[in-house]
Design a binder for this molecule. Structure first.
Ligand code: PMP
Length: 409
């Protein structure tokens, strides 16, 4: 498949004059096959999964459970019971934090003075749940800090993750500078001190083959809408033994085995974490997105994204007053180029680009501690995917080169 085949499969790009969509880290565009899977569920299989004894409900259950198997295979996980469907990355991470708080088991015990370790570049979704957990348990929140290129060094990992560390949470790929965190080393160190590991894979799953089993992490979270899937469906991988020991944080229908007036026993994993009616149409769409990404192949995705990223960064090098955050090597950005233009507010830059129908993100990118670390309030983020083109990059660079002039410099 080439970029032209991919664009041909996505109605968004078949519009007469589609905008230049460079906000792929926020949400990706959906191939027709994904949309069709969602619509087909709603049209022909729309019954409440698990509940009915009639055939249609059985079919709905089958679609939902087939999606679970598909996602498990996508992550190289042999036991689909380890896949919990959620709404998004945020809910997946909150699920882990809230369940830990509710579970009275030594494996999840966090005492005052214990450490919860995160990186300073986390998205707020992988920070606020841990701030709350630290506040309630009295644990200390400790930050691993990257160098100026975004790299977390071995020394930083060794010194921040200590015998007092009970949990380590880190992004696989940063949503601001696209840098891959050394999660293998982080997980190894965390395991050596007996700490749980939670990896935020929101920016990784669309860009690289994520072999969750081989990473050895305890939990891995991501969203469907950042990997060509629909909004409203997310995933939490959890190690089966841990999921079995954890108490759920949402309770009600679907997640029980037996209920009396006073008490209940929970359904086996993963169902005990999926209270209420599930998003079966979304799961069907996510399964189609996994298939579609497999069809493109990560070799193609990487080469297209890296080529375009290099073009963006080379174009920026020619311009005055631009600072690009993170590595100087385009292939270490996973398509994400965050930057500032001297004297221009990021919102103005995004507005000027918008006038040329170019979509980029401006703001703190839900990573305010990283903005503080970089000494800025906000920046502009251009994020590319395998369906973007050289022509779109030229349009972007051309418009960007006029921004300072428009702003009166
Ligand atoms: N973590 C990272 C690294 C992200 O980039 C995002 C989305 N910007 C999230 C978490 C949150 O994802 P969602 O809004 O789908 O829950």
């Amino acid at each position: 498949m080439t970029v032209h085949d991919i664009r041909h499969n996505i109605s968004f790009f078949r519009q007469e004059r589609p905008p230049v969509y460079f906000d792929n880290s926020a949400t990706t565009q959906q191939p027709d096959e994904v949309i069709r899977a969602v619509i087909n569920f709603s049209r022909y299989t729309n019954a409440n999964p698990f509940r009915g004894l009639y055939d249609l409900s059985g079919e709905a259950t089958a679609v939902y459970e087939a999606a679970r198997k598909k996602v498990a295979a996508f992550l190289n996980i042999s036991d689909p019971r380890q896949i919990v469907f959620t709404r998004n990355t945020t809910e997946s991470i909150n699920l882990v934090a809230e369940c830990i708080l509710r579970t009275n088991h030594s494996r999840f015990r966090i005492d005052p003075g214990d450490r919860i370790v995160v990186t300073v570049s986390e998205h707020h979704s992988n920070l606020l749940p841990w701030q709350r957990l630290a506040r309630i348990t009295g644990a200390r929140l400790v930050f691993m800090e990257p160098d100026s290129t975004g790299l977390i060094t071995d020394a930083e990992i060794e010194s921040r993750i200590t015998d007092r560390t009970k949990l380590v949470a880190a992004a696989h790929v940063s949503n601001v500078w696209g840098r891959v965190n050394p999660i293998d080393k982080i997980i190894l160190r965390a395991r050596s001190v007996g700490a749980l590991t939670v990896i935020d894979g929101a920016q990784a799953v669309a860009h690289m083959k994520v072999d969750v089993r081989n990473t050895g992490c305890d939990f891995y979270a991501f969203s469907g809408h950042k990997m060509l899937g629909p909004m409203g469906i997310g995933v939490l991988f959890g190690r089966a033994d841990l999921l079995e020991q954890l108490d759920p944080f949402l309770s009600g229908g679907e997640m029980i085995e037996y209920v009396t007036r006073e008490s209940a026993t929970y359904a086996p994993i993963p169902h005990k974490f999926e209270a209420g009616t599930v998003n079966a149409a979304g799961a069907a769409g996510l399964a189609a997105a996994c298939d579609y990404i497999d069809k493109i192949g990560f070799d193609y995705i990487k080469s297209q994204v890296n080529t375009l990223t290099a073009e963006v960064m080379n174009g920026m090098r020619e311009m005055e007053g631009i600072t690009v955050y993170g590595s100087r090597n385009p292939s270490e950005h996973n398509g994400i180029v965050s930057f500032s233009i001297a004297g221009c507010h990021p919102h103005d830059v995004a507005s000027i680009l918008n006038e040329d129908h170019i979509c980029v993100r401006a703001g703190h990118h839900c990573a305010q501690p990283l903005m503080q670390f970089l000494g800025i309030g906000s920046c502009v983020r251009c994020s590319l995917y395998a369906y973007n083109t050289h022509r779109e990059v030229s349009r972007f660079i051309d418009c960007l080169s006029r921004v300072r002039k428009v702003m009166g410099y």
